[in-house]
Design a protein around this ligand. Sequence first.
Ligand code: ARG
Length: 560
Amino acid sequence: MFENDIAKALAVEGLAVQDVFCALEVPKEAKMGDICLPCFKFSKTLRQAPPVIAAKLAPYAQSLPFVEKAEVVGGYLNIFFDRNTVAAGIAPLATSDVVGKSDEGRGKTICIDYSSVNIAKPFHIGHLSTTVIGGALYRIFKHLGYNTVGINHLGDWGTQFGKLIVATRKWSSLEEVAKNDEYFLNSLYVRYHKEAEAHPEMDDEARAWFKRIEDGDSEATKYFDVFKKVTMEAVGKIYDRLKISFDSYAGESFYNDKMESCLKILSDKGLLEESDGAKVVNLDKYDMPPCLLVKADGATLYATRDLAAAYYRKQTYDFYKCLYVVAYQQNLHFKQLFQVLKLMDFAGADDMEHIAFGMVSMEDGSMSTRNGRVIWLKEVLDKAVEKAEKIISEKNPDLKNKEQVAESVGVGAVVFSALWNNRIKDIVFSYDKVLNFDGETAPYVQYTYARCASALRKGGAFDPDKADLGAITTDEGYEVVKSLLSFGESVRQAAKLREPCLVTRHIVDLAGKFNRFYIGHRIVVDDEGTRNARLMLTAAVKHTIGTGLSLLGIDAPEEM
Ligand code: ARG
């Protein structure tokens, strides 16, 4: 806050604005002021001791209209703002319910590839991170004025479809699959893998069926379409609950006819090498294994489709950045992909980014859809909602829209748990942790939001112009004010670092600070100036928390 003004005012005695600006720090403790300037760095150029420099600068800081005092402590200049001047800055947050919006991204398009589920597999907990991290980044960039394109690069190609056709024909029928849900489909997949161990010839049959899909055979395509439809219907329900949407579902199969031109560029540039009948790009020079693009039998691969997708996206969206929100398990794939694109002189090669995140494992080991050792997301969401329902029935049985609130709280808790840590952290899934609604959780933040809403209902209209700002600038109130005013910066940092957790952490911190204020100060009091100030603060908190939750894709019920 005010960094620019301070830097300008203190660029005296031979100091440059930029040097002062870069040296400014926000002190860890409030008793050291709102902002401080360590003067040690300047002592060499100015040939003076740091305390002398600090003392010389103090009067310049003191003369700024928003500064209450400037104290010299050792080599530091500690600057204290006039709290009422600062607090006046929250009025806009109190009067508009969407805060921290900007247009810094205007004219720039960001493609975000996220969720990208595999067809014929139910949504499991391993897909939660990419879905909600990607969804949050999508909304955060949009909030900052970027043109965002959400892409679900569906995993709708590969030998698993051949396997499913074999399984369907052996143990079920197309009609039965079409009538049933994704779990039924998955049970066929699991059974296939069990039985194929003893009957490896099934794999040949599966390969042959997949070949027929590749060749556009109508019988095989019928199966493929049903598998895709069953999965997409189920996944769509999950996306609705998670408030996730996409602008494009162009998945792997979409690129069937778009790889040839990429392969041509590669061979024209002399980059494509034969290796045992397969076609690869050698990446020895970059310390990576070769990137396999065409198998000996002519089949293309995941990487081939990603090359075609990169070209398609650049051509279609002319992106400024293209982000891939995918687990770090695929680090090598993306390193190879980006390197090959560079070698191809692809126009967007320097704008590709792998937004990696940690893996989810079960408490007793890793997950595997093949043998059925997985936790389905639907189950997790249902359990969380059930728990929320139980708590509501105990604590607030007369609540309106009980079911809807329980859905918001339960799903919110699950989403929040995936957006709490830095992306890269591995997660060991634990029901206890996800279903814990106390402490730093979505229900806690939602509860604070509802508390604000209730105070505002009770307090009625307020007028920021008639606010007695002294009523919100006690130590506790001032902490809330500062947290409110730095929310926009957290959103910007979240975008810059591709870390939605900065938003999550900010609103939890804000909720904590507001609750401490709330305990010590009544909001709806008789004194008009005090009431106006405290209602203004409460409204600003409500709008900021509400904006933060909506960026994360979490509902904010008005009552709970
Ligand atoms: N379907 C893949 C998986 O579940 C993720 C795809 C990510 N996106 C991409 N363009 N490769 O592992």
